[in-house]
Ligand binder design. Structure first.
Ligand code: TXA
Ligand code: MG
Length: 317
């Protein structure tokens, strides 16, 4: 049974000690809750893979407190530094070359010669990183392939017997996972759209930043968050629905949605919709329905990340 911790210094200190002892702690970031463990410990990292039922070829994101910690583990090219200065701390993950002397577990990076690093902005995540004094491997705190958690109760529902502590920081502000930007061989490309948009990255880097869409080869994915079926509720999902059919739950968007439907954002605000996305999909994912029908979301700004998650939720399993 996991213990729910309050976000005060005493209880975050308990969590930091547990992490140093090799235990797993779920903690909030501004995107989603992460399942954290010591990224330098093969045992802790193996426990993360086991808790999630995650295939070992799918590498984890390493969380650190600041750019100088990141530089201990990865090569930061001039371009990577521009991106880091512009968006860290924040919802951006950079895939960078692993340093030769990198102490991160090879299991965490799935044997690749790159490492995914993120500096989260959330105060609780920052405090935990400082107090633990460790880089933390932390995938989203959900069973592999399922919906990411955006409140502590989601983590307790999914992973209760698999973590020591869950730090309860309330709902995550962003609600969809970080943007994953690969800057290998100096060629930036987005492997997973998120809160930091392609437009914002292109403006900071002063060059176009393509989003690599399409499914990965399941046998050898380079960024397995891009596996076609992912972020999925138990029920099938139908996209671009104008209305619900008999037996379907409707997830609305905007002022045109029926008043009795759950609505991602009645005012069509994409930020609000992203923050509500996973919690609302979870609420509709029950045996009263046979399908979840989702109204169309515009493909602009955060809408790109929302639609990316919805397409994967709707993909054949
Ligand atoms: O918002 C987030 O990013 C959350 C919070 C907890 O930080 N974390 C998260 O982690 O979503 P996870 O493990 O669920 O997703 C990590 C993504 C996966 O798609 C993985 O394949 C990709 O990052 N990734 C990790 N390391 C990589 C690498 N070296 N090269 C390419 N992709 C990588
Ligand atoms: Mg995930």
């Amino acid at each position: 049974m996991a213990r729910r911790l309050q976000p005060n210094l005493g209880e975050i200190g308990d969590a930091a000690r547990a992490l140093r002892a090799g235990k797993l702690v779920a903690f909030p970031t501004e995107t989603v809750y992460g399942l954290g463990g010591d990224a330098t410990s093969d045992r802790a990292v193996a426990a993360i893979f086991a808790a999630k039922g995650r295939p070992s070829f799918n590498p984890l994101i390493v969380h650190v407190a600041n750019i100088s910690s990141a530089a201990q583990f990865a090569e930061l090219s001039a371009k990577a530094q521009v991106a880091a200065r512009a968006f860290w701390p924040g919802p951006l993950t950079l895939v960078l070359p692993r340093r030769r002397d990198c102490r991160i577990s090879l299991l965490a990076t799935a044997g690749l010669d790159s490492v995914a690093i993120r500096v989260p902005a959330h105060t609780i995540a920052q405090t935990l990183l400082m107090m633990a004094g460790l880089p933390l491997a932390a995938p989203s705190a959900n069973p592999s392939g399922r919906l990411s958690p955006t409140i502590a109760d989601h983590v307790l529902a999914d992973l209760d017997d698999k973590v020591e502590f869950v730090i309860d920081g309330g709902p995550c502000e962003v609600g969809v996972e970080s943007t994953v930007l690969s800057i290998l061989e100096d060629r930036p490309r987005i492997l997973r759209p998120g809160a930091v948009t392609a437009e914002a990255l292109a403006e900071a880097l002063k060059e176009p930043v393509p989003i690599e869409m399409g499914a990965e080869d399941a046998a050898a994915p380079r960024s397995p968050g891009r596996l076609l079926s992912h972020y999925a509720p138990s029920l099938p999902v139908r996209l671009n629905a104008a209305a619900s059919e008999p037996g379907e739950a409707l997830l609305g968007f905007g002022p045109a949605a029926p008043k009795d439907a759950l609505n991602l954002s009645p005012t069509a605000d994409l930020q609000e919709a992203a923050a509500n996305l996973f919690a609302m999909l979870r609420r509709l994912d029950n045996r009263h329905y046979r399908t979840i029908a989702v109204m169309p979301i515009p493909e602009t700004g955060l809408g790109t990340a929302i639609n990316d998650r919805l397409r994967r939720a709707a993909a054949p399993r």
